[in-house]
Design a protein around this ligand. Structure first.
Ligand SMILES: [Zn+2]
Length: 340
């Protein structure tokens, strides 16, 4: 790992670092006042000068001591396309100017205050080429200078499965680019805001028990033509089976869309969303709070679907990740033992 830490340099070059109320300063100040009562003109001048110097110093002593020095943490720092990592910038103070950046393609990092720092969940698109990437943080505080750290991220190769579908021209019309264009504004609007607080608890639940029919990230061919990647997992179940919220959150979309049919999107906070598609019916409304395991809809085949199933997606910002990762671990637990 390459790490560039400039904060020590900043601290050394800082003019004054002291608390507002230093008992030591007050005690020496009182002693000087006693001496000032002595009737010696030369001593008096020195005392006045010293008192003036102390007054100037007390004006300058405005830098509060930082509780923690900044520290950038990535977990994991080695992963595959379609997975996610948690970025935590520890020791950030409310007035600090912070910039978090990455060279992962089409990825902008969104950070939220969490414990004594900032947290950012980062999804890696399943089409990202394997290789070496970085996450960097810059912090400008009250102290002069800038603290900066760059950490390496290794993306290892992964093989995705392929799926071949044969559908009628009439069915294909359901997922035409025109139909997508009609759906997109609703989806973008729903995911344009997220709660500043994590609304989920524990690990995520699989929203439906059933047979997995299509993997996350599968390379899809429709009538022999490659059309893209599968953005979630498909779980087959009889029509009308209850689908539950994978975790607690706020319903930010609950409506019919051309391609995904009756669809629910839940905001879990920190830019993390889950989506439930091709439902037969909806059991929730937009703006409604849901709790982990609560029924939100029933399995169907609305929109572009070849049979009764649930398409379950997990999105960070606008990047889809493998939903099963959240069933295995709570993203917030990934910081356990890493931060103070
Ligand atoms: Zn699907």
């Amino acid at each position: 790992m390459t790490s560039k830490n400039l904060w020590d340099k900043v601290r050394v070059s800082g003019l004054i670092r002291c608390g507002r109320t230093s008992p030591g300063v007050l005690r020496s100040h009182n002693k000087l006042q006693e001496k000032a009562a002595l009737p010696k003109p030369r001593t008096l001048n020195i005392v006045i000068l010293l008192l003036a110097a102390l007054a100037i110093l007390s004006d300058l002593c405005i830098c509060e001591e930082r509780v923690l020095s900044p520290r950038l943490i990535l977990n994991p720092s080695r992963l595959h396309p379609g997975e996610f990592l948690v970025v935590f910038l520890e020791g950030v103070e409310p007035d600090d100017k912070v910039s978090l950046q990455t060279n992962l393609p089409q990825t902008s990092l969104k950070a939220y205050p969490y414990r004594q720092g900032l947290i950012s969940l980062v999804g890696v698109d399943c089409r990202t080429p394997p290789g070496e990437y970085y996450i960097s943080a810059r912090v400008r505080g009250k102290e002069p200078g800038v603290w900066q750290e760059n950490l390496r991220l290794i993306l290892e190769p992964k093989r995705f499965t392929s799926q071949y579908l044969q559908v009628s021209p009439k069915k294909l019309e359901v997922r035409s680019s025109e139909k997508w264009q009609q759906d997109l504004p609703h989806i973008r609007e729903a995911r344009s805001r997220s709660s500043d607080l994590p609304l989920w608890e524990e690990r995520f639940l699989a929203p439906l028990k059933g047979r997995k029919t299509t993997d996350f990230g599968a390379i899809r061919y429709i009538n022999g033509k490659e059309v893209g990647r599968h953005s979630g997992v498909d779980i087959a179940a009889p029509r009308g089976t209850l689908v539950v919220a994978a975790n607690s959150g706020i319903v930010c979309l609950a409506r019919f869309l051309n391609v995904t049919g009756y669809t629910v999107i839940v905001d879990h906070g920190l830019n993390l969303f889950t989506s439930y598609c091709h439902l037969e019916s909806l059991l929730v409304k937009e703006g409604q709070k849901v709790v982990r395991g609560q029924g939100i809809g029933r399995v169907g085949s609305s929109g572009f679907a070849t049979g009764s199933h649930l398409h379950w997606g997990v999105v960070i910002g606008s990047t889809f990740i493998d939903p099963h990762l959240l069933v295995k671990k709570n993203p917030l637990d990934m910081l356990d033992g890493e931060i103070k």
